[in-house]
Design a protein around this ligand. Structure first.
Ligand code: NAD
Length: 322
């Protein structure tokens, strides 16, 4: 579907002003498409969209997907990234998170149905909860605490998957579900509260690196341009999924902290604090389906991705100090 290979398309990116969204809009514009970004700027930032208007193929609408979108222009595809994604963000806006994942997703599905557009839904590895099988394949149904504080995110994403599957079954809507595992890279907010920004900002400041629990819990970190490439490939297919998108290289949080310490040249110590409620103990995707269906696997080696991310946060830190 890339503009280089096929005809340019008109693509709506909901949540396009966020971290992943900014990179996705940039990629779609570079591929020759026109992009309509819809975002309520709750966790996203206009600066993630800098320079896009100059292409003449980019429009931004500040709106909440929960309110429904009165869009009558032709649309070829929709990518639904709209949702708070970092734990501090969704824990501080629990009801909005549920509404966005439920009413918001339904509104976009109705739009996709009316427009005859493909809808790619950004789901998450959090649908696996604290997994009882390891590593996680798409067949695993998950182990989520439905009434814990994190459920507002996990269950709204599970609802989003159910809604896509139902629209595909009932109306033949062309939906695709992507289960994204931890993604990092330039463009994340310094105060976003996720593992990589926290550790890098602490390392750059020479402060102790905070580790929740023993640090033996694992994460799989995927560089943002790789995640975006998977979303673009999913747009090109007619496949419901769900498809895992993540880096199968599994590292303990302690190993991630030690690597960031090394790459920043920081003398920071590690500081162990109490574990977070319902924090998953292990995360590692099986990506055979993505390899087979999308021809996708992460290309960016962790050290290379972290170096670029550290350089970005160093610039952010300088700007904050000015
Ligand atoms: P982000 O918070 O940076 O971006 C989300 C964007 O959605 C923001 O721009 C926000 O303003 C917008 N938004 C939120 N609610 C909205 C609403 N009701 N109407 C319109 N816009 C709304 O998060 P991100 O890291 O870029 O994540 C993007 C998507 O990918 C999310 O759906 C997230 O659940 C999913 N995801 C991300 C990761 C990751 O590691 N980054 C992992 C798994 C899944």
């Amino acid at each position: 579907m890339t503009g280089r290979e096929g005809r340019p398309r008109r693509i709506l990116v909901a949540g396009g002003a966020g971290f992943v969204g900014g990179h996705l809009c940039a990629r779609l514009l570079a591929d020759g498409h026109s992009v309509l970004c819809v975002d309520n700027l709750s966790t996203g930032r206009p600066r993630n969209l800098d320079g896009f208007a100059e292409t003449g193929r980019f429009d931004f609408v500040e709106a909440d997907i929960v309110d429904g979108l009165a869009i009558t222009d032709p649309l070829d595809a929709i990518v639904n990234l709209a949702s708070p994604a970092s734990p501090p963000d969704y824990l501080s806006a629990p009801i909005e998170t549920l509404r966005t994942g439920s009413a918001g997703t339904l509104a976009l599905l109705e739009l996709a149905r009316a427009a005859g557009a493909r809808l790619v839904q950004a789901s998450t590895s959090e649908v696996y909860g604290d997994p009882l099988t390891h590593p996680q394949t798409e067949e695993y149904w998950g182990n989520v605490n439905p009434i814990g504080p994190r459920a507002v995110y996990d269950e709204s994403k599970r609802f989003g998957e159910a809604a896509c599957a139902a629209f595909a079954r009932e109306y033949g809507t062309n939906c695709g579900i992507v289960r994204i595992f931890n993604t990092y890279g330039p463009g994340m907010r310094t105060d976003d509260g996720r593992l990589v920004p926290n550790l890098i900002m602490q390392a750059l400041a020479g402060e102790p690196l905070t580790i929740h629990g023993s640090g033996e819990q694992t994460r799989s970190l995927c560089y943002v341009e790789d995640t975006v490439d998977a979303l673009v490939r999913m747009l090109e297919r007619v496949h419901l999924g769900p498809v895992n998108v993540g880096n199968p290289v599994e590292l303990s949080v302690r190993q991630v902290a030690t690597l960031i310490k090394e790459l920043t040249g920081s003398a920071s110590s590690l500081k162990f604090v109490p574990t977070m409620i319902d924090d998953p103990r292990r995360r590692k995707p099986v990506i055979e389906l993505a390899e087979r269906e999308l021809g996708w696997w992460p290309r960016t080696e962790l050290r290379a991705g972290l170096r670029k991310t550290i350089a970005f946060f160093a610039r952010e830190r300088e700007a904050l100090r000015r």
